[in-house]
Design a protein around this ligand. Structure first.
Ligand code: AMP
Length: 277
């Protein structure tokens, strides 16, 4: 496995990679969720590039940029074990030249839901993903369904800017009790970790209602809200039933939709979602 740290090294390595080249963008602290993306990329592409970059522009003031878990040695071992060809581990200056001020803004899909609570977050995500796609020029790029709004944002940017890449969206990897794996789960206290599957249970309640024929947005949102309300350590930020393409809240589901919710614990905010075809 080649470890490259700057644009020049990547430019030198890129022409030697057999295609199709697949890219898996990550912020490191790799777990089985990331591994699922890498495995899918390995199965579908001749070359696998994993980027490990804690992107400062997607963190708001007061968020955990400084303390975000970083363990490069363990991440590189995990990449090597997963058969990665190139680990791209840039310093901040390798992604953002000094004084950089250009951003990619996807509009309204980036300002609702997580974007309302984390202003600028999706501008940071869209900007770094655009830069990574431009640097690596992959034929395919892989993202997790767990970050459902991020998937909507990236689909939108790829479509709007005509980026020549195919997206692979990988189902959420969960612990046995249903909690979606996340690098931030480590911020939960033991009691909160025991309570955290409430997020999944809320989604399952709405999915069961939908499977039973319920199409009313408010009733589906209430199904999620009621489950979270029963857990004293958790407080619901939002429960959403939105159009899968625009993320507009729906009065009724009559096409592809995204059920999603965000739940606050003392030191961690958990998100989860489920697409409805
Ligand atoms: P992150 O390192 O948190 O930026 O995540 C990198 C990629 O891994 C994103 O596309 C995430 O959606 C994806 N990912 C993170 N956790 C999971 C999970 N539990 N299951 C599937 N994909 C995930």
């Amino acid at each position: 496995m080649l470890v490259v740290r700057d644009r020049a090294a990547l430019d030198a390595a890129r022409p030697r990679l057999p295609g199709p080249v697949g890219l898996v963008p990550t912020m490191g602290a790799l777990h089985a969720g990331h591994r699922a993306l890498i495995d899918r990329c390995r199965a579908e592409c001749a070359s696998v590039v994993v980027s490990i970059f804690v992107n400062p522009t997607q963190f708001g003031p007061g968020e955990d940029y400084a303390t975000y878990p970083r363990d490069e040695a363990a991440d590189l071992r995990a990449c090597e074990a997963a058969g990665v060809d190139v680990a791209f581990v840039p310093a901040v200056e390798a992604i953002y030249p000094r004084g950089a001020s250009t951003t990619v803004d996807v509009g309204r899909v980036g300002t609702v839901l997580e974007g309302a609570r984390r202003p600028g977050h999706f501008r940071g995500v869209a900007t770094v993903v655009t830069i990574l796609l431009d640097l690596v020029r992959p034929g395919r790029a892989y993202f997790g369904q767990k970050d459902g709004q991020q998937v909507v944002v990236i689909r939108r940017l790829v479509r709007d800017l005509g980026v020549p890449v195919e997206l692979g969206i990988v189902p959420t990897v969960r612990d046995a009790d249903g909690l979606a794996l996340s690098s931030r789960n480590r911020y939960l206290s033991p009691a909160e970790r025991a309570a955290a599957p409430v997020v999944r249970r809320a989604l399952l309640a709405a999915m069961a209602a939908h499977a039973g024929g319920e199409r009313d947005g408010d009733r589906l949102r209430a199904a999620m809200r009621d489950v979270v309300a029963a857990e004293p350590l958790a407080s619901l930020d939002y429960a959403s039933v939105a159009d899968a393409g625009t993320l507009e809240e729906l009065a009724r589901i009559d096409g592809p939709a995204l059920l999603s919710l965000a739940v606050d614990f003392r030191d961690a905010r958990l998100i989860d979602c489920e697409p409805i075809a």
